[in-house]
Design a protein around this ligand. Structure first.
Ligand SMILES: C[S@@+](CC[C@H](N)C(=O)[O-])C[C@H]1O[C@@H](n2cnc3c(N)ncnc32)[C@H](O)[C@@H]1O
Length: 280
């Protein structure tokens, strides 16, 4: 199998780029944001030159000023090493830092969230993941069962476990992503857990959870509102993220539900996240 990296660099608006690329049909779970001291860029890893060329065409067609795209062939070892170079430990929320899996032995397990990711979204660096992490952390010790809708690397589910929940579930669209989340659950010793390939669009929940988290995007959140709420126990908490600041009004219009009480809004530089409580 070949391995190709498509590198996309942009100017100041790069935070919105993953969403723009996903809206063009590129798989969201393969869009990886990389930030090092010198720059911030997006990489998409694919296994064929044909796929790499297709992505380059999609990006070029966007005609966004300052957007540069190139691709290169990688050997497997280079791919792993690249992550080791660019992905460093950082403070996530409260006492918890995100620590790349390969530094596991150097950091204390009780204050670390160990993450290994090459293709799944959820390094913790994206503002949407930071905001929703804060909402989960603020309810530390107040929930036991947790469902992560669109778990990616599993970072939010691991955080929920560290915040005292001991019945942890996560769903995502592909086996590739769920395998990565499983690996991260194992790295972080998440005990009782249930990870599944599942599209929330096609299934409502039969089991109800004390806390549900969904870091998706405005369109999906509003479209999937009833399915998402079906997963929530009476009196449970729902945290949603992935709403860009310019779409807050549109989101609020589309996500209204009498069963939910909005109890917290967090706004970052580019994104907003919301915490609700379901009426008991
Ligand atoms: C923005 S990422 C969030 C990842 C991680 N939870 C975080 O907060 O960093 C969104 C994730 O939702 C998944 N996803 C999108 N639509 C979904 C759906 N209908 N059902 C389940 N998962 C979905 C994507 O594959 C992706 O991994």
């Amino acid at each position: 199998m070949g391995l190709y990296e498509v590198i996309i660099e942009s100017g100041a608006d790069s935070i919105l780029l993953p969403e723009i690329l996903a809206s063009q049909g590129l798989p969201r779970e393969k869009i990886v944001e990389i930030e090092n001291k010198k720059k911030k860029y997006i990489s998409i890893f694919v296994s064929s030159l044909k796929d790499a060329k297709k992505i380059k065409r999609v990006v070029t067609r966007l005609r966004i000023k300052g957007l540069k795209v190139r691709s290169r062939s990688l050997k497997n070892e280079n791919w792993r090493d690249k992550w080791k170079k660019d992905y460093k430990p950082f403070r996530y929320v409260g006492e918890f830092s995100v620590v790349p899996a390969w530094l596991k032995n150097k950091y204390p397990a009780n204050k670390s969230i160990f993450i290994d990711t090459t293709v799944a979204f959820g390094t913790g660096l994206h503002e949407t993941t930071k905001l929703i992490g804060k909402l989960i952390y603020q309810r530390k010790g107040k929930f036991n069962s947790f469902l992560d809708i669109g778990t990616g690397t599993g970072i939010l589910a691991v955080l929920a476990h560290k915040c005292g929940a001991n019945n942890i579930s996560g769903i995502d669209l592909t086996k590739e992503v769920i395998d990565i989340a499983r690996e991260n659950f194992n790295l972080n010793k998440v005990g009782v857990s249930n990870l599944k390939v599942k599209d929330i669009n096609k299934n409502s929940c039969t089991v109800k959870y004390d806390f549900v988290a969904a870091n998706l995007n405005t369109l999906d959140l509003t479209k999937l509102r009833l399915k998402i709420i079906s997963c929530l126990a009476l009196g449970g908490y729902l945290a949603v993220s992935g709403v860009s600041l310019e779409k807050v009004a549109e989101y609020k219009e589309g996500f209204q539900d009498k069963r939910l009480k909005l109890i917290k809004t967090l706004k970052g530089k580019e994104w907003a996240a919301f915490l609700y409580k379901k009426n008991a």
